[in-house]
Design a protein around this ligand. Structure first.
Ligand SMILES: *[C@@H]1O[C@H](CO)[C@@H](O)[C@H](O)[C@H]1NC(C)=O
Ligand SMILES: *[C@@H]1O[C@H](CO)[C@@H](O)[C@H](O)[C@H]1NC(C)=O
Length: 268
């Protein structure tokens, strides 16, 4: 056979065989469903400052700790933790454990306990546009640190401590388009392990316009497009390898652009 014909045959064979080798969801996504055909998008322009791992503790304290949000890039290596957070691994380790879900309104009222496997198989879905926040169940926080302790021990939190505070973890997994509507509390960090999370923030003295019973997605579609330039939030989307820091009492709302696995360190 001529070389050209052999090459052609090889190419044809590869075309048949390669798709068989690709899993349903690629492993770099941990088996979690990414929102490739996205109805919800990243911001046009990220307005949160980003710094890399060379930032010193003194600089962090001086510029951001009590000042404004910042995204720290590559500040910790959580590759080992990430490899424990694949869908397959979490289902194997924690499938039969019960997790506590909350409704996704500003003042989370309802709590529901379900086996983790039931949550992943049936409740972990993209946000339904017509649901209210109080009808949307969200897995974030209320973690059982006895049962999940071995996992959280493998997480490396951001290194910068704020005097007079101590960190508490909240771990969660949520579908694309879901999120928590505007609220505020003490300072903290938020990191996505898989997926992307879009953040909207306002300083403590600027209460945003929002309905506490509605989802972030409905706020994004109904209110956000009509905000004058001067009333726009500070915003950005974080992805694995980035940590967002929010100072004390800053208003914030979140929107998961993909199925996201995430962990926050609240500094109480
Ligand atoms: C956490 O898990 C332990 C061990 O299974 C259990 O005894 C305990 O009741 C759980 N705590 C909560 C708050 O559910
Ligand atoms: C939100 O829901 C609560 C409880 O159902 C209700 O009392 C309140 O008036 C609602 N707020 C708005 C702004 O719709």
């Amino acid at each position: 056979m001529a070389l050209g014909a052999r090459l052609l045959l090889l190419l044809l064979l590869l075309q048949v065989l390669l798709p068989l080798a690709v899993p349903e969801y690629p492993e770099e996504d941990g088996g979690w469903e990414m929102n490739r055909y996205a109805s919800v998008q990243e911001e046009e322009r990220c307005t949160v400052e980003k710094v890399d791992a060379s930032i010193s503790y003194a600089e962090f304290m001086h510029r951001y700790a009590y000042g404004r949000p910042v995204i720290l890039r590559g500040i910790t290596d959580n590759a080992a933790f990430r490899s424990l957070c694949t869908k397959r691994n979490l289902l194997r380790e924690y499938g039969e454990r019960r997790v506590r879900l909350s409704t996704a309104n500003t003042y989370s009222y309802e709590k529901v306990d379900v086996p983790f496997r039931e949550f992943v198989d049936h409740l972990l879905k993209p946000q339904d546009l017509n649901s209210l926040g109080c009808d949307t169940l969200y897995f974030f926080g209320d973690n059982n640190f006895t049962e999940w302790g071995a996992l959280f021990q493998r997480y490396t939190p951001p290194p910068f401590r704020i005097p007079g505070t101590s960190g508490a973890y909240s771990f969660g997994i949520a579908g694309s388009g879901t999120g928590v509507p505007f609220h505020w509390h003490g300072p903290g960090y938020s990191e996505v392990i898989y997926g992307r999370k879009r953040w909207f923030l306002y300083p403590p003295d600027r209460t945003p316009e929002f309905n506490p019973n509605k989802t972030t997605l409905s706020w994004l579609l109904d209110i956000y497009p009509f905000l004058p330039e001067t009333e726009r939030p500070v915003e950005c989307t974080i992805r694995p390898g980035e940590v967002l820091y929010f100072p004390d009492r800053w208003w914030h709302a979140t929107l998961n652009l993909d199925t996201s696995v995430f962990i926050s360190t609240f500094l109480g």
